[in-house]
Design a protein around this ligand. Structure first.
Ligand code: SF4
Length: 382
């Protein structure tokens, strides 16, 4: 059970991965597997008795001294800081790394890592590119079986369906608590601010799910007891930060400038499913089928049944947002490809929007502060 109080910001910015080391001390012989964003089947890792950990880059806490030489210049920061963490020994608490087919940069990172760490277990998960195809779930079941076999070999055990069902239950609870917190924030953004919710969610990348569930549940329970003054703010939806994560100081600046963030795509992997993964039937198939049929829209998941630009407009309407902030990591190709579609649709619908580019390693925000203040003023006083 977690100690109180817990400092989520400290957890997410701790490059020594103290929470992971501590878990391994309490679970001798058990393994920790880190996964690169956006999505990974954490339930499968958990059911194999391992700790799944979501990597989120290194922010501004690591100088890039080695990784630059292994990649071209026009690559997002998270790819470079993740490699730098590997090359400087920061990833030593992990027994394996998992990547998936989200973009060319992530794919290349996996194979650069493989070349540099030949003795480390590294896996690349092929997620289906066309979840609307009837073959998508079967394909993913086969891919998950392959991953399961590799994890079992690494851990020296056999996973059974009961363990996987139990893991599905725990992660369903985690997603349900998160959905409730998002709903509360949208209704009462003055009671739970994004500068609080964001580190709380990101901490879940590092903590065992059982502990994170307690933390989320406790926050939900506290909310009705809070008092807070409503401000004259604009309600915004943030889109585009699904992989590399913006610095928390940038979120604070948005709030200081007069924004209530009422929805976002931060830390999207752990929130990947819109509904519970069904607990009846074959749990592995249920997990794969959820990827095909119950997943969020995202620039790294292409589902022709639910166009992403329409999903964004639905989100704006359902959250009663005044505007959209397209907050995109520098050199993030999937986000920039979608920006063109989003912009066209937002303009068609008459929804104000602003494009802002960030890097996880930014530490001065003067230009962005001016941009967002001007945007907010134009909305408030129009
Ligand atoms: S930030 Fe964008 S480009 Fe970089 S790894 Fe993530 S999805 Fe790929």
């Amino acid at each position: 059970m977690i100690a109180e109080p817990i400092d989520c910001e400290q957890i997410i910015y701790d490059l020594s991965f103290a929470t992971v080391r501590e878990w391994k001390e309490h679970h001798p012989g058990e393994k920790a597997i880190a996964y690169f964003p956006v999505y990974a089947p954490v339930e499968l890792i958990h059911a194999c008795g391992m700790l799944p950990v979501g990597l989120n880059g290194a922010g501004d806490r690591l100088d890039i001294q080695h990784a630059d030489a292994k990649f071209g210049s026009f690559i997002c920061s998270i790819v470079k800081t993740t490699l730098e963490m590997g090359l400087t020994g920061h990833l030593s608490p992990f027994d394996g790394l998992l990547f998936s087919s989200i973009c060319d940069s992530a794919r290349n990172l996996c194979f650069v890592m493989k070349r540099n760490f030949p003795d480390l277990y590294l896996d690349f998960l092929h997620l289906p590119h066309n979840p609307s195809s009837a073959a998508s779930t079967d394909f993913l079941v086969t891919e998950y079986r392959r991953l399961q076999k590799n994890l079992e070999q690494l851990q020296g055990m056999r996973m059974n369906d009961d363990a996987l069902s139990q893991s599905l239950k725990l992660y369903n609870e985690n997603r349900c608590l998160t959905r409730r917190l998002y709903s509360e924030r949208s209704q009462s953004p003055h009671l739970i601010r994004t500068s609080e919710l964001y580190p709380l969610l990101r901490a879940g990348n590092f903590l065992p799910v059982e502990e994170h569930n307690v933390l989320l549940g406790r926050t939900l329970k506290e909310l009705p007891l809070r008092t807070g003054k409503q401000r004259d703010s604009v309600r915004i939806v943030i889109e585009g930060s699904f992989c590399e994560q913006p610095p928390i100081d940038l979120i604070r600046i948005l709030e200081e400038a007069g924004c209530y963030v009422v929805d976002d795509d931060f830390v999207l992997g752990p929130r990947w499913f819109l509904e519970d993964v069904p607990l009846n039937g074959d749990p592995l198939r249920a997990l794969a089928d959820s990827y095909s049929n119950r997943a969020v829209y995202s620039s790294v998941r292409h589902d022709f049944r639910k166009p992403r630009h329409k999903a964004l407009i639905d989100k704006v309407r359902s959250r009663r947002a005044d505007a959209v902030l397209l907050l995109i990591a520098k050199f993030c190709e999937p986000a920039y490809f979608d920006y063109v579609l989003f912009k066209r649709e937002l303009e068609k619908e008459g929804i104000p929007h602003l494009l802002m580019e960030f890097e996880e390693k930014m530490f001065t925000f003067d230009r962005l502060r001016t941009e967002i203040e001007t945007f907010v003023e134009s909305l408030l006083f129009d």
